[in-house]
Design a protein around this ligand. Structure first.
Ligand code: UDP
Ligand code: MG
Length: 315
């Protein structure tokens, strides 16, 4: 790496962001024009936008050599877009990952770079505050709680995509073969020297979140199932408890019968309740197995995470 002029690439996934792009581009450029020795580059990954995002970005790439664009062949999702960006930030000494919607303020990037230059290899932007409210906010909070207590590799509370990876961490990332990717978890998993930088997370500047509630739930489940075996262990434990109770009851009734105690003739309610309860427990167990099985199936198919339609800029 050139110490005097380190190259920092900012990777930004884009999905239908035409409403925020003008402000994003202006604010990024303002940051890059600040005095300093860093050689800035931006790599946009257009994740199959249906609006004018790609067109706007192509225009910018043609005007400014600091900008590059990869266009994916369709919408592959936030995680795949990030993966594509990291794989193509080939000449960067460090890569900043951030969202396009200005929830992650570009003005914070120099602080991330500073922490990297002070010796950290993975810099996490940690939210001091969050402007989101309502159901989404509640969902995020619950997820962070649950994930924190279940995962073998807890992610730091209040971190998301925003952060910086130094070259060695980027290379580690690019070696990960899995297709169900949960970026914050993997970032803890790869290791390296870490540092935190605090920032205030804003509401999305304009437009609609491309990550629908359904996608966020799926993303959260990916996080849980790829970083924890606890759901499987819980099923085993519940199974053992139920079996234990069953065995004790069996011994109890058989002994009573042997000693000639009358056995009640009724018991329809008990039976129905037990059958339904046990059936339910079994189905939940199968469901948990299915979550892992489906993910295993995804992995063994070994499909590439994305396809690239077109590249422009940053040769
Ligand atoms: N995004 C993407 N593909 C998608 C959905 C979103 O590349 O299918 C991008 C989006 O343009 C933004 C980032 O991923 O830059 C985060 O998306 P969003 O703000 O919708 O998610 P949230 O803030 O709810 O996590
Ligand atoms: Mg957002």
């Amino acid at each position: 790496m050139s110490v005097l002029h380190p190259a920092v690439t900012v990777v930004i996934p884009i999905f239908n962001e035409e409403a925020v792009l003008p402000e994003l581009l202006a604010r990024l450029t303002a940051v890059f024009d600040l005095p300093g020795a860093v050689k800035w580059q931006v790599l946009f990954v257009d994740d199959g936008s249906a609006d004018r995002s790609a067109e706007i970005l192509r225009g910018r790439v043609a005007d400014d050599p600091r900008f590059g664009l990869i266009e994916l062949s369709r919408n592959f999702g936030h995680q795949s877009a990030l993966r594509a960006g990291l794989a193509h930030a080939a000449h960067a000494d460090a890569v900043v990952t951030m969202d396009a919607d200005l929830q992650d303020p570009p003005e914070c990037i120099p602080a991330l770079v500073e922490a990297w230059q002070a010796g950290a290899e993975v810099v996490l932007a940690v939210r001091r505050s969050r402007e989101e409210r309502g159901l989404r906010r509640l969902g995020f909070d619950i997820f962070h709680r649950v994930f924190g207590s279940l995962s073998d590799f807890p992610i730091e509370q209040n971190t998301g995509t925003f952060g910086l990876l130094a070259r060695p961490a980027v290379e580690a990332f690019n070696q990960l073969p899995e297709s169900n990717r949960f970026f914050p978890g993997l970032r803890t998993w790869v290791g390296f020297k870490r540092a935190d930088v605090l920032y205030d997370r804003k509401e999305r500047a304009a437009g609609q979140p491309g990550q629908t509630m359904r996608r966020l739930v799926r993303y959260a489940l990916d996080g849980l199932f790829s970083f924890s075996y606890l759901p499987l262990r819980t099923v085993t434990l519940v199974g053992m408890c139920v079996a234990g109770v069953g065995f004790a009851l069996g011994v109890f009734y058989v002994t009573r019968r042997l000693f000639g105690v009358e056995v009640a003739q009724t018991g329809f309610t008990t039976l129905v309740t037990l059958v339904l309860f046990l059936g339910g427990v079994q189905l939940i167990g199968i469901g948990v197995l299915g979550e892992y099985l489906g993910r295993i199936y995804d992995e063994v198919k070994r499909r590439p995470g994305y396809f690239i339609k077109r590249k422009s800029g940053l040769e």
